[in-house]
Design a protein around this ligand. Structure first.
Ligand code: A3P
Length: 364
């Protein structure tokens, strides 16, 4: 039995590990055949010299072992690690899955060719869902936080790829994690993965973004029965604007953009106007289609304005759907003096940002 197992194992793995194989599959027969020399005996002892019951046991153990070894060779079990671009190409070209769920043979999970890097509360979910209308786009529905969270990054690129949707070769895989934009390490890490990746950055008026950020945290805290504060009490500390407030820091687009431009040329980062996406989504999406070199497939009939929600919703594949209720929530009315302080604080940063990206926005 040992001989059969060894031969099959070699066929599967392409090499033999006598230690592993013998110690796992043939341990019981070895001790009987020759208790003085475990490993060589697995190779040399004749199965015919074993008793029938020992042979049966060895057969059973061998079958179990072969099943385990087969599983061990699938990609899911390859340990993580940071990949070089060469390794990436191999892993991308690797596993081809027959997508039995949707009945499309040849699907596989691909490393994204485009990433929505942020900004948080900029309209990243709306952008992703709207791009998903396009037949040549496959989107990762959950936020992956691979490049901004060390504990995920250390799991390696193969872990990341497994979180991508099944896609066909003609499709562009898109992932969105808004936290990437404000992460110090994400640009460098993304570049190390693919220096020619196409980045999408959706931005909205920084002041509006702060209020939206506050609103999200406010509702999260309420849901978790935590105390909440008025926005003015967070924004103003000791009579001055609390510029250390995280929501304000995240709206300093020039500061974060500088880091991205250290690693990517401006042409590789397409800016989506989040305020325009709210008012009239189609033109913004058409620009993204062009940036991604995709044929124009998203049409005005893919959107309808929902009066109750106060936002555009999506019509696609015969279904109509609006974004989750946590998107497009009413904002608190902010004291006008505080609002003015906030707007003034962002003014210089916004001008810096316009210079950096060689275009301006209707902010402030
Ligand atoms: P508010 O909830 O503060 O209005 P993100 O997905 O990045 O968290 O951004 C959320 C924001 O997307 C929402 O912020 C909302 O203004 C904006 N948005 C853009 N288009 C939308 C749409 N069609 N439906 C709902 N929200 C949309």
């Amino acid at each position: 039995m040992c001989y059969v197992t060894v031969a099959l194992h070699r066929l599967i793995k392409g090499y033999g590990s006598r230690t592993d194989l013998c110690s796992v599959s043939c341990a019981s027969s070895i001790t009987v055949a020759d208790s003085s020399s475990v490993l060589p005996d697995c190779w040399s002892s004749s199965p015919f010299s074993m008793s029938p019951s020992i042979s049966m046991l060895c057969l059973l153990v061998s079958v179990v072992f072969l099943v385990i070894m087969k599983d061990a060779t699938t990609l899911e079990n390859i340990p993580g690690g940071v990949y070089t671009p060469g390794e990436l190409l191999n892993s991308q070209a690797g596993e081809v899955v027959n997508d039995t769920k949707v009945g499309r043979p040849g699907s596989c999970r691909r490393i994204p060719q485009s990433i929505i890097i942020g900004v948080r509360k900029g309209g990243t979910r709306a952008l992703l869902e709207m791009l998903d209308i396009h037949p040549e786009i496959a989107v990762a529905t959950t936020e992956v936080h691979f490049f901004d969270w060390d504990q995920n990054y250390s799991k390696g690129l193969e872990w990341y790829r497994q979180l991508m949707p099944l896609s066909q070769e003609y499709q562009t895989t898109v992932e969105k994690t808004p936290g990437y934009f404000t992460s110090a390490l994400a640009p460098e890490r993304i570049r190390a993965m693919n220096s020619s990746i196409k980045l999408l950055l959706i931005l909205r008026d920084p002041t509006e973004r702060v209020i939206s950020d506050y609103t999200q945290v406010y509702y999260n805290r309420l849901e978790n029965h935590k105390p909440v504060q008025l926005i003015e009490d967070i924004l103003i500390r000791n009579g001055a604007l609390n510029t250390r407030y995280k929501a304000i820091q995240r709206s300093l687009y020039d500061v974060h953009m500088r880091n991205w431009l250290h690693h990517f040329p401006l042409e590789q980062i397409h800016l989506v106007d989040g305020d325009m996406l709210i008012q009239d989504p189609l033109p913004e999406l058409q620009k993204v289609e062009r940036f991604l070199n995709l044929p124009p497939r998203i049409e005005s009939s893919n959107f309808y304005f929902n009066q109750t929600k106060g936002f555009y919703c999506i019509r696609s594949d015969g279904r109509e759907r609006c974004l989750h209720e946590s998107k497009g929530r009413p904002h608190p009315v902010v004291n006008s003096t505080v609002l003015q302080q906030l707007r003034s604080y962002f003014q210089e940063h916004n001008l810096n940002f316009y210079r950096m990206v060689k275009r301006s926005f209707n902010w402030n």
